[in-house]
Ligand binder design. Sequence first.
Ligand SMILES: [Zn+2]
Ligand SMILES: [Zn+2]
Length: 789
Amino acid sequence: MTTPAPTAPRRPVAVAELVERLASVPGRAGRLTHLEVLPRRAADHAAWPTWVDDDVIEALGRRGIDRLFTHQARAADAAWQGTHVVVATGTASGKSLAYQLPALTAARAFRGERGRRGAATLYLAPTKALAHDQLESLLELRLDVRATTCDGDSSRDERDWARAFGEYVLTNPDMMHRSILPGHQRWASFLGSLQYVVIDECHHYRGIFGAHVAHVLRRLRRVCALYGAAPTFVLASATTAEPALTASRLTGLDVLPVDDDGSPRGEVTLGLWEPPLTSHEGENGAPVRRAASSEVADLLADLVAEDVHTLAFVRSRAGVEQVARAAADLLAEVDPSLPSRVAAYRGGYLPEERRALEAALRRGDLVGLAATSALELGIDVSGLDAVLIAGFPGTRAALWQQVGRAGRGAQDALGLLVARDDPLDTYLVHHPEALLGRPVEAQVFDPDNPHVLGPHLCAAAQEQPLTVDELDHFGPAAADVVAWLTEAGLLRRRSRGWFWTDPRRAADLTDIRSAGGSPVSLVESGTGRVVGTVDGARSHGTAHAGAVYVHQGETWLVETLDLDEHVATISMSDPGYSTSAREVTDIAILGERDHQTWGPCRVSFGDVEVSHQVVSFLKRRRPGGEVIGEEPLDLPTRTLHTAAVWWTVPDDEIAAAGLAALDLPGAGHAAEHCAIGLLPLFATCDRWDIGGVSTARHANTGELTVFVHDGHPGGAGFAERGYRAMTAWLRATREAIACCECDDGCPSCVQSPKCGNQNNPLDKAGAVALLDVLLSHAPSDEHADSPLE
Ligand SMILES: [Zn+2]
Ligand SMILES: [Zn+2]
């Protein structure tokens, strides 16, 4: 660490009184929906394990670390003994010592003669920035251990040095996939001395990305075995449900969980805040809530005026600027000297600029900062009093990570979550137990997805021909997928196994960060400048000819969409309306993988084929939103083979509940929307990762059926997780609809911003009645809700 600038002395902030003051401002009645005070927690210390290198202890001592917390000692001990371990404790609980102690000790203890490489460690971070930060803090220990990063920014010399001498190499899964594993022969000596593999922030590996990383790690273990190494895996995770299970799915190994957090914590106050409904009318006349970012700007101004050091998290970069500007404008009305005490922080600052911001914060020249996300932040902002969060950041782990930015160590802290106008946020601010109780959200991914597995089997075969015995290593689906790849001519079967004989690099078959489908480039007509890209699957709905496309605050009109070339030409133009695509969706059940019988109703999980066709688009006047025209489109149907969870309710049950036949399409549709909105409570996905279809009478079931499906070919595990948590998920869905204060449905309950049918028909009361019928037959057995098998 660099020497911190002197911190201006400040009076301690009385958090509870502060929230009272914020909430009692005239006109704000009812906005604070809950206030929870989590008590102080004392530290639980442990002695240094006897095996830890004395120089390592001394180096840590220089940084002020003179003893361990219990979770650090337990995890480090397990790793030293060769047990794979996942440490899943809170933000700032010092998880890095769990792997640094064994890794640094081993590097020094097993160093060979004449300075030959000691036992090596490979450290994987989800982002380059995190790996660089880790390297910096390692180098600050000034220990004789050869540490370096290896990523897209490394020079050829740096890579050569890492291969020849590196004892602690920090990289990322992308680099493993594209470079290190395909070129493993050049890394043979490093991989052969590999003792530890560290997977930091492993809760980031979810969905399709998680499945890719799971296979990158299987390929890594296989290549290590080739050079006689069987490294011990140490994973660090935020707190989630079932960390051991997730770690084990990710690595393919048995992993010991360490989740008793021994670090101290100051008093943490979490406030939940709901912006009011406005007088504006939204789609179909629905009421609209005030934007979370506007509310956060007000609160930020209030806190800065009180000299409370505050960080406001806002989702989009444009939103960050807007919040900082709005807060500054409000402060200008109070005192012309105040606006300069608020700033926006966007990613991509130079190190000097970051240092300057940090110093300004410490001196107290800067009191309020609006920023995007914790990971991107990358600046040291310890010593804050309060954190404002504009919209639930997607997972509980991320929420607590953001709240943890305030009051590091034993200092008291305030976190205020301001709800956005969607079903999940609305549910959370009225159900604090979902944020405070035992975590139910599981980190979900499906390594058996054949679309993900296939390219990795090809890459593995190119790295070293695949043998029959090795297929198990890649999971139960591998044998079928290898047979299919062989039939398709990608792999060739010989007596010694399967070979990759194609001239291409097999690792180029897949991009581990992409969810599939080639992205469409948005190109400015005339200049040919690439303005941005849209996901291939979403391009039909957002980049069709005639679409109005808003990119970083600028309005563009799409002129043409060429699906063969993956290019849309656009020009800057604001026609004064927005566009929304109308889509026709169909779904066919291909097979059921599992089901539960709920009385006369049935809940199923299985494979489906979803077909989408964008058929037209509506023009809506801006502002206001009234429809001023509709234009037909001629786009092909897209089909998606994926996994889905669905439920059916027979006609006589519906009749007995008094639901008139007319209400059915709207009731099913409304229940589907809200169920999609709430699935992220149970699975770490966002609502864009999943889709849904509902029909009053489905061709395959003959009954009212509501489907929620994964948005990626082959499935990402989200629908499966929904199926496993069905009772709790549907109960939460029903609650969210029933408790919403609107009359006939709004974005906080049943309206969806991604609906292809313009949120029509929707029947809010019908959805509650329908869910009541279904839930009246739900099993009372809580095992039905157990997370992942
Ligand atoms: Zn509502
Ligand atoms: Zn819809």
